[in-house]
Design a protein around this ligand. Structure first.
Ligand code: MG
Length: 381
């Protein structure tokens, strides 16, 4: 879906100590975070700056395309209206109005807003109120406020543009709305609440910057691990063989305690290796009768589950099967698809290759089949 976005960066931001939209956060200007997120989601972006601050926007957004700057007005509402007048698309499009002071805008929030607009005039991300709310005067409580149906409004607030413009046209000229949603609300429009995110916090006070820096640093700290695995099984009498989770008709089978799928065993060891969790025999001892004839899918699923429990994710796997026969190539795509399914990975993150050893060694003489595997895992730093 194409949509427009107005990013309001015209405030003086005195509470956070200066012009916070130009300050550096996690190595780039505050404004740049949300503009990048909106551009990546496919938005045409209008940045509203204080009059004369357009050059600062050019500097902060250097190298990005698909945005332009307009001057803001006296109040935030004036700035938003300047941004709305600068939109050039057709009136049935969607517009998101966002505060530059909320840099950590995720694609998930953008997508939730776009979905909500299919059945509402507007939509805003919001969080439930966790703290008990008190009304106070002269340093003492005057009332405890029922918080069950109260929400903390975030931005972007998203609207069907024609609906927002119509609501603005009827807004009393002597009043200033608290936010954009209130204009549509007052006009009888339906503004949906979608799930917001704590990370989408507004940088208001100087300590908010410290918290945002810590969140960004924690999110960026990951380590990449690579694990390797090797397995071999002996050929014996049979009519089919399991390789990488696929049963292939063959004039022999591989002998083993389980289904002897050397490809899955090597890969299971690679995944376990990447997280320092021993090997397949530690988790599924060959002396344990319950694994006799077991489908090796279980072993790989278990290893992948351990990666998840460690807070990590599997990024990529690569298996090499080493044998003279059977021919692997006709079954390679089925094997990749099966591994992708077991590991919940995209197909292009799963590789299966095969080679012979040119009649040399135990694989070359047809005594057995060998498999090698590598798994790449990302873990929290
Ligand atoms: Mg094995």
């Amino acid at each position: 879906m194409t949509f427009s976005a107005i990013v309001v960066a015209a405030g003086a931001g005195s509470r956070a100590g200066g012009n916070k939209q130009w300050r550096s956060l996690g190595g780039k200007p505050v404004l740049r975070w949300s503009v990048e997120a909106l551009l990546e989601a496919g938005a045409d972006v209008v940045v509203v700056t204080a009059p004369g601050a357009g050059d600062q926007a050019v500097q902060a957004l250097a190298g990005l395309t698909g945005w332009r700057a307009v001057d803001g007005g006296e109040t935030r509402a004036d700035s938003v209206r300047n941004g709305l007048s600068a939109l050039t698309g057709s009136a049935d499009q969607v517009v998101m109005i966002h505060d530059a002071a909320r840099p950590m805008l995720s694609r998930a929030v953008i997508d939730r807003l776009l979905t909500a607009l299919q059945t509402a005039d507007g939509a805003m991300p919001a969080l439930p109120v966790a703290d008990t709310l008190k009304r106070g005067a002269d340093g003492a409580i005057t009332e405890t406020v029922e918080r069950a149906d109260l929400w903390r409004a975030q931005t972007p607030q998203a609207f069907r543009l024609d609906r927002l413009l119509a609501a603005w046209s009827r807004w009393p000229s002597n009043e200033t709305p608290t936010d954009d949603a209130s204009v549509v609300e007052r006009d009888g429009g339906r503004v949906a609440l979608v799930e917001g995110e704590a990370r989408l916090m507004k940088l208001t006070f100087p300590e908010d910057f410290q918290m945002a820096e810590a969140l960004i640093a924690a999110g960026a700290r990951t380590q990449t691990r690579v694990g390797m695995g090797f397995d071999a099984h002996r050929w014996g009498p049979g009519s089919s063989v399991w390789l990488c989770g696929v049963e292939i008709p063959h004039d022999q089978t591989l002998i083993g305690h389980s289904d002897a799928d050397a490809g899955l065993h090597a890969l299971t060891d690679a995944v376990l290796g990447a997280i320092g969790q021993g090997d397949i025999g530690d988790h599924f001892p060959p002396t344990d009768p319950q694994w006799k004839g077991a489908s090796s899918d279980l072993f790989l699923e278990h290893a992948a589950k351990l990666v998840g429990e460690r807070g990590g994710r599997l990024v990529h796997v690569d298996v090499t099967l080493i044998c003279e026969r059977p021919k692997v190539k006709p079954h390679r795509e089925a094997m990749r698809a099966r591994l992708a399914e077991i590991l919940s990975l995209p197909l292009d993150a799963v590789s299966v290759k095969a080679t012979t050893t040119e009649a040399m060694g135990f694989t070359g003489r047809g005594e057995g089949l060998a498999a090698q595997a590598i798994a790449t895992v990302e873990l929290p730093g």
